[in-house]
Design a protein around this ligand. Structure first.
Ligand code: PLP
Length: 415
């Protein structure tokens, strides 16, 4: 999130939202082509989620989770664990993605301390990574704009070459060499499986991830999959890391972070899934050996209920299968945009499409955003990278409008 005054782009008030549409008080409407920062998977105000929330609000709004428990948090934990085939059977809850990152980092470090290896307390991330913007998460976020201003507060991590846009084999070799020398100091490595989203929609393939998992195993380094953006079906499978499992279904990361889409964009919720061996290292009567991360709203019943309703929609609408079909349709509809002479590196992973625009306009992103709005579209390029992360519910007319409007907006923005 950037907070700065931009006179050329006045704030846009939205008074209500339904399905993929955002409605403004002046009667204008905008098709939400990026699911409001990748959160509203089923569009806005989906009736199933709204109903579940109303019901929950009448039953139990909130109760502290220390010493108490409740049905939505138990049910959600069991559902999530089942989605990993029981391999990551424990869940810790917070409210925002950056906190999920911090919880995974803290848990990994504390695990090694409890196991008598306190020197394993450093972290690896990849060039161009984004894992959130609180002080701990900034340590593993390699986006200069977000990090430089706060550098004096941040304890940096090791930033290694990423596979995207470069030589994937060379990146693997760098990682291998680094771990050979430094593994005794490294607690964990954090990655965004398949797509580095905020870092410019940089994609890598699933085989690469499998090799990373093997290197972590060889060097006793935890693997944290930050699926805050790519989870919940965004790259084609429920978890992106499923694509790098072996035939026996093994090769899961040790931690998975989820947030953004898990409540269908209705309430803030984040969570960290972990394997039983991690949990076991904290089972102790001594307080200081337990995992310490107090959060007032942890496991909030309303947010958990919204997440359960979201998972129900995946089942009831067979969303992963439906998305596979729709993705073909949308890729076809984007053919003329992909063939535009200014377009470079058109790419796709599941329900994410991205392309780079070759332009001399330094303010391309702003120009494009404005032209898209003029065509009833919310599309917000990051620098020269235009991307689509549409909600999973577009009909044929909306699909055509998004593809055609995006193409027309490009010509207008380049003019
Ligand atoms: C958005 C995001 C985060 C941070 O989530 P917040 O809820 O904004 O704190 C972390 N990692 C990834 C990959 C993200 O896309």
């Amino acid at each position: 999130m950037q907070w700065h005054a931009d006179q050329s782009l006045p704030l846009l008030a939205i008074s209500r939202a339904q399905g993929p549409w955002l409605h403004a008080p002046d009667g204008r409407r905008y098709l939400d082509g990026i699911s409001s920062w990748w959160t509203n998977l089923f569009g806005h105000s989906h009736p199933d989620i709204v109903r579940a929330l109303r019901d929950q609000l009448d039953t139990l709004d909130h109760v502290m989770l220390a010493g108490f428990t409740h049905e939505p948090v138990v049910a959600l934990s069991e559902r999530l664990s089942a989605l990993t085939g029981g391999r990551l059977g424990h869940v810790f809850y917070a409210s925002d993605g950056a906190s999920a990152t911090e919880i995974a980092l803290k848990m990994s470090l504390h695990y090694w301390r409890n196991r008598g290896l306190p020197d394993k307390n450093e972290f690896i991330c990849f060039a161009g990574s984004y894992h959130g913007e609180t002080v701990g998460a900034l340590a593993v976020t390699d986006v200069a704009l977000f990090r430089d201003a706060y550098a004096p507060m941040v304890r940096g991590a090791h930033v290694l070459p990423s596979p995207a846009g470069g030589d994937a084999q060379a990146a693997l070799q760098s990682l291998s060499t680094f771990l050979d020398v430094h593994h005794a100091r490294i607690a964990a490595m954090i990655i965004e499986p398949r797509v580095q989203c905020a870092g410019g929609m940089a994609m890598h393939d699933a085989d690469w991830l499998r090799e990373v998992r093997q290197l972590c195993d060889r060097h006793a380094v935890h693997l944290i999959a930050d699926e805050i953006a790519v989870g919940c079906g965004r790259t084609g499978t429920f978890f992106a890391c499923e694509q790098s499992l072996d035939e026996a279904g093994e090769g899961w990361p040790d931690f998975i972070c989820l947030s953004k889409g898990i409540t269908g964009g209705t309430l803030p919720l984040s969570l960290v899934l972990s394997k039983p061996f991690v949990f076991d290292a904290f089972l102790d009567d001594t307080m200081a050996r337990g995992f310490l991360h107090s959060h007032s709203y942890t496991g909030n019943p309303l947010a958990c209920r919204a997440a359960l309703a979201t998972l129900d929609l995946f089942d009831r609408l067979d969303i992963l299968a439906r998305n596979r079909v729709w993705a073909h349709t949308f890729s076809d509809a984007l053919a003329s945009l992909a063939a535009h002479p200014a377009v470079r590196d058109f790419r796709q992973a599941g329900m994410i499409w991205a392309l780079d625009v070759d332009t001399a306009h330094a303010d391309f992103s702003r120009r494009y955003y404005r032209e898209a709005l003029a065509r009833e579209l919310l599309l917000r390029p990051m620098g020269n990278t235009l991307y689509f992360m549409p909600p999973y519910v577009l009909d044929d007319a909306q699909t055509a409008l998004l593809a055609q409007g995006a193409r027309d907006a490009l010509d207008a923005a380049l003019a």
